[in-house]
Write a new protein. Sequence first.
Length: 200
Amino acid sequence: MKRTLLILFTLTLTTLSAVAQEDLGDPTFVPTVKVGKTLVDGDSIQYMEMSNVYVYPELTFKSKRQQQAYTRLVKNVKKVLPIAKQVRQIIIETAEFTETLPPSERDAHLKKVEQSIVKEYKPQMKKLTFSQGKLLIKLVDRECHSTAYEAMQAFIGPIRSGMWQAFAWMFGASLKKGYEPEGTDRLTERVVLMVEAGQL
């Protein structure tokens, strides 16, 4: 798991200086519908349970520039949210599988996972823009519930994680900055929830 997190955050950092924009695939999230039945007073009643539907006040923009920034945010979320969700899944699966291995085999397995991640994700990461790379760092924090710096410090120690933080700082990013859905990232959270529900 240590190597997995390290390589994922390393790859994320490499995007900070990238400038190319290309589609990483269709990030559409299909809303889920669950159909079932329940027994009420001896009667069988069918019901349908659907995904959450989010209703927000309509956005008003003070300028065309502000509207373009919002449109860019929606586009960027649709592009990097699937990657953040894949990161979370990889971390969970790797941690669960690693726990089943004897300690002597864990390092070898983590090296294979690291090589696989580099091969699969490095080309995609290089195609992200600077702002998409910064957003990805935040969305990974949203999905994994810890900042990149905290995760790296737990696995590789304070000296090396400090080095990566300094590298990110040179490009105007911060691994210590967490995702704040009720604060500075309120608009991003709104977009993420609506994308997840298939509303955007």
